[in-house]
Design a protein around this ligand. Structure first.
Ligand code: OAD
Length: 249
């Protein structure tokens, strides 16, 4: 593993246009469970029953009760971990330009990263389904569910539910950056949800080096990935940032 980390550091230290694609796995060490695999959220609840827009429209109180309220409790407590911090270290070195994240937890921005595309939206904001007013999730009262806007409309998190489109500007920009980057770090994603999972394919076809950080293999491993660093994001990413910093000192 140390040799693979050194190889990855050598590649990154020579690049100035690197993009990262992150998924739930990067936030596991911040105490946020992933969606798939052991301890995953979708093992406990059926996403089609609770995370699909049709389910929310049919019974917003139930989706708030079962899914959104507990997400808020977990996300309120979560702080960035060593992997989020390592990505900020790579940005400060002038290597990492943009993070495309499937996460809605805001932890990349909390770690200092300045250019973060929130592909699946942000949990930090709630939007009124009727008048579109937006509210800070942190200041929300959850005494009765669903929470309502001043106008009486139902509030929903500003995230992409299953059955909804990726915000077109986020998708377009992600595709362009993936096609233009010299290397892509793919961290903590099962790479099973499209169109996010397609970004490393675009990058690879455009000539980028793909470096994957994940304790488990994914559909990208061995197909699209050039270097697979098979370990937890916190340790692997902080070792990687340390090596790159040494090379650039
Ligand atoms: P998943 O839950 O599908 O995958 C999490 C990945 O993180 C798996 O490949 C794990 O092996 C890996 N992992 C676990 N612990 C890790 C650690 N400590 N360090 C590094 N990797 C670790 O999460 P996503 O790929 O992000 O969409 O899921 C994609 C989308 O599916 C989510 O954005 C969400 C979900 O349904 C929406 O809600 C629209």
């Amino acid at each position: 593993m140390e040799e693979l980390i050194r190889q990855a550091a050598g590649i990154l230290a020579a690049k100035r246009n690197v993009v990262a694609l992150t998924g739930a796995g990067i936030s596991v060490e911040s105490g946020i469970p992933p969606f798939r695999g052991k301890g995953g959220l979708w093992e406990k609840i059926d996403p089609m029953q609770y995370a699909h827009i049709d389910a929310f429209l049919k019974d917003p109180a139930e989706v708030w009760e079962v899914l959104i309220k507990s997400m808020k409790e977990v996300l309120d407590r979560a702080r960035p971990n060593a992997a989020h911090q390592a990505l900020y270290r790579l940005e400060r070195l002038g290597i990492l330009k943009t993070i495309i994240t499937q996460n809605v937890d805001g932890l990349h921005q909390a770690a200092g990263s300045t250019d973060v595309i929130e592909f699946h939206g942000s949990f930090a904001v709630q939007r009124c389904m009727d008048c579109q007013a937006s509210f800070d999730t942190g200041s929300l009262e959850l005494d009765s569910l669903p929470p309502l806007c001043r106008c009486g409309g139902v509030l929903r998190p500003d995230v992409v539910f299953f059955g909804e489109m990726i915000p077109p500007n986020h998708l377009k920009r992600s595709q362009l950056l993936s096609a233009a980057c010299e290397a892509m770090l793919v961290i903590g994603t099962s790479a099973t949800v499209e169109p996010a999972a397609y970004m490393p394919v675009i990058a690879k076809r455009s000539g980028a080096v793909i470096i994957e950080i994940n304790p488990e293999p994914t559909p990208l491993t061995g197909e699209i990935t050039d270097l697979a660093l098979m370990g937890k994001a916190g340790r692997v990413m902080s070792r990687l940032a340390e090596q790159v910093e040494k090379l650039m000192a």
